[in-house]
Design a protein around this ligand. Structure first.
Ligand SMILES: C[S@@+](CC[C@H](N)C(=O)[O-])C[C@H]1O[C@@H](n2cnc3c(N)ncnc32)[C@H](O)[C@@H]1O
Length: 250
């Protein structure tokens, strides 16, 4: 049976309400990384640019003696983070701080910086700051994009406005960069096409569902155009060209 159309307001784009992580990351990879990082028994975990903190919460679940701090400048994500922490009985072991990561960059045994190097400028600037924060013997899980292949100009033109080939390294270049910053790469892993598909489809899913239910709403045309553009950036732009690496660093 067709669903009954509603004339609700359109959902805001990009909130990630249908996603577990605000980036390409499967639950299986997240749980494996969380277990592995927790296995070293960190007492303190700091997630800089935590979003709604799902990976931080999974690490704290796996590391029962650890306390954690997540920092992000997007307040709605922190509301979600605190609610998820409460639902899992973690509120007494985690604090979510609303603010610039650079203002709350303190030392920790385990630091997470996932898709959020921009909080410190570029990748080199972020690695330089993060190198000074990891306690002796500690770990950094650093995740960032890289080029799977050199992006041709016609594909770059289909991506986000202003992006250039110089904005990312290739994977060897990215790993060289973390080594130059003083880290050793303990584990180098890159996401699958399926993780990108989950992420990109999940980002659009609530708005696409709303469009189906509200095709004649006055906001539908604008939302449809934005979704078409967002999808083109992925399918005609960065698909199979942009990779995303999870680097476990010591
Ligand atoms: C791609 S999201 C990744 C979120 C999270 N790490 C995850 O993987 O689900 C990047 C996050 O960095 C945050 N961010 C960007 N600049 C920031 C800054 N200067 N200080 C704190 N957070 C920042 C954004 O608000 C966003 O939540």
């Amino acid at each position: 049976m067709a669903s009954v159309p509603t004339m609700s307001d359109p959902p805001p784009l990009g909130t990630g309400v249908r996603l577990d992580f605000n980036g390409p990351l499967s639950a299986a990879r997240a749980d494996r990384l969380a277990l592995s990082l927790a296995g070293r028994g960190p007492a303190t975990v700091l997630d800089l640019g935590c979003g709604w903190g799902e990976l931080l919460l999974r690490v704290l679940t796996a590391a029962a003696d650890a306390t954690g701090v997540g920092v992000d400048s997007h307040a709605p994500d922190l509301v979600r983070a605190r609610a998820n922490a409460a639902a899992r009985g973690l509120s007494d072991r985690v604090t979510f701080i609303d603010g610039p990561a650079a203002d709350h960059a303190t030392g920790a045994d385990l630091i997470l910086n996932i898709g959020a190097y921009q909080a410190f400028g570029d990748i080199s600037a972020a690695l330089s700051v993060l190198r000074g924060l990891v306690n002796p013997g500690g770990r950094l899980l650093f995740a960032a994009e890289f080029w799977e292949q050199p992006p041709p100009p016609e594909r770059l033109a289909r991506m986000w406005p202003g992006i250039t080939a110089a904005d990312c390294d290739d994977l060897p270049g990215l790993v060289d960069r973390v080594v130059a910053a003083g880290f050793r790469p303990l584990r180098i892993e890159t996401v699958t096409r399926g993780e990108w598909e989950e992420f990109e489809s999940g980002l659009a899913a609530d708005a696409e569902e709303w469009l189906l239910a509200n095709p004649d709403h006055e906001a539908a045309a604008e939302l449809r155009s934005k979704l078409d553009n967002q999808r083109a950036i992925w399918l005609r732009g960065h698909r199979d060209l942009m990779g995303f690496a999870y680097l476990t660093l010591g």
